[in-house]
Ligand binder design. Structure first.
Ligand code: FAD
Length: 324
């Protein structure tokens, strides 16, 4: 197959890996396709072999015609960085996009470092602006939005996809898949995993229903109500960083900018203030229901249904109703 090299074919590329397509990937794909169309360049989705079939179907539905399968199946973060940097070095994409998962943010920054390219994280929108790219990104821990003009010829960007709506094309496009041999750049282990997060079964990012608790629950024991409510609704449970920091729950359950980016159908926030950093991980939920004692709590700006009240008092009754 003809392997055009980067210098004469400018591309926008999105990278995905793992054993299934992460939540937010198709939103990032939509953004990549839109930016590429506006720049008049090709868009490619670069995936590892385990994702090939799933990615081919998703690419067809979202109008992305090129799927590059990188022959190596990198296992560790260090290997991923080397292989993706190798791909970029050979293919010279104009824009390298990452879906900002917890690992995506790390990989993006390290790929940029290895290639000597600029990197911007927490991006919520991106569009061409004459010869540059104009990006909007959350800043100061999500408290504000900053605008950046990316003037370098090549840029690495990681996208918080809660602000992006995935768009399907009709009819689906024909996807061309090619296998790309990659010469890794750099190497050697830089990180050692001392303790991996304890995640079993379904991932929070993929949950359709999430019941989340915050410091408003008052004490660790009350978090059991959150778990029970999640079970009763057939959903998963999560929480704010405040209670992760207080040791009530494991960090793998943290929702937010520095936790999991979720997009469930239903998000129930119990005793959560609605700080911007928390909302970065759940504002894409179709419906948010909040219970908070403070009628002025920020969470009510996002909630479709809100109850001003004590969640600890209300939860036993709600659990009974959910089980009925
Ligand atoms: C760089 C950075 C990154 C961050 N990343 C994250 C992140 O990923 N995720 C995250 O969650 N946070 C994150 N934070 C922290 C964030 O700013 C907030 O501090 C945190 O979300 C607050 O958690 P909370 O709402 O549970 O607690 P609080 O802010 O203490 O709010 C508790 C809420 O419960 C209400 N309440 C009190 N009693 C009751 C009751 N009985 N019933 C009902 N409601 C009650 C209160 O009115 C209040 O609104 C980050 C901060 C920074 C600076």
């Amino acid at each position: 197959m003809d392997m055009k090299q980067g210098a004469d074919v400018m591309t926008v590329v999105l990278f995905s890996w793992g054993d299934r397509i992460e939540g937010g990937a198709v939103e990032a794909l939509t953004l990549a396709a839109e930016v590429a169309a506006a720049l008049g360049v090709e868009v490619r989705w670069v995936v590892t072999p385990a994702l090939e079939q799933e990615a081919a179907s998703a690419a067809a539905l979202h109008g992305v015609q090129q799927l590059d399968v990188i022959a190596a199946a990198p296992g560790s973060t260090d290997e991923r960085v080397s292989v993706i940097a190798g791909y970029c070095k050979a293919q010279l994409p104009r824009l390298m996009l990452f879906n900002q998962t917890v690992e995506g943010r790390v990989v993006a920054a390290r790929v940029a470092g290895r290639l000597g390219l600029p990197v911007l994280a927490n991006v919520v929108s991106l569009a061409p602006d004459s010869d540059a790219l104009r990006a909007e990104a959350s800043a100061y821990g999500g408290d504000t939005r900053a605008e950046y003009l990316l003037k370098a010829p090549r840029n690495v960007v990681s996208v918080v996809t809660t602000a992006v709506v995935a768009r399907k094309v009709d009819p689906a496009v024909q996807v061309e898949t090619r296998r790309v041999e990659v010469e890794p750049v750099g190497g050697g282990a830089a990180f050692e995993v001392i303790s991996a997060p304890q995640v079993q079964g379904q991932r929070l990012e993929d949950a359709e229903i999430i019941v989340s608790g915050g410091r408003g629950l008052g004490k660790r024991e009350n978090f059991e109500f959150v778990k029970e409510m999640a079970d009763a609704l057939g959903g998963m449970w999560g929480g704010s960083r405040a209670i992760v920091d207080d040791g009530w729950i494991d960090s793998s359950r943290q929702v937010g900018l520095t936790g999991k980016i979720t997009r469930p159908g239903l998000y129930i926030a119990l005793g959560i203030s609605g700080a911007s950093q928390h909302m970065a991980g759940c504002s894409a939920a179709k419906t948010i229901i909040a219970i908070n004692t403070d009628p002025d709590a920020s969470i009510f700006r996002y909630a479709r249904y809100g109850v001003v009240g004590d969640c600890v008092e209300l939860l036993p009754e709600l659990i009974r109703a959910a089980k009925a």
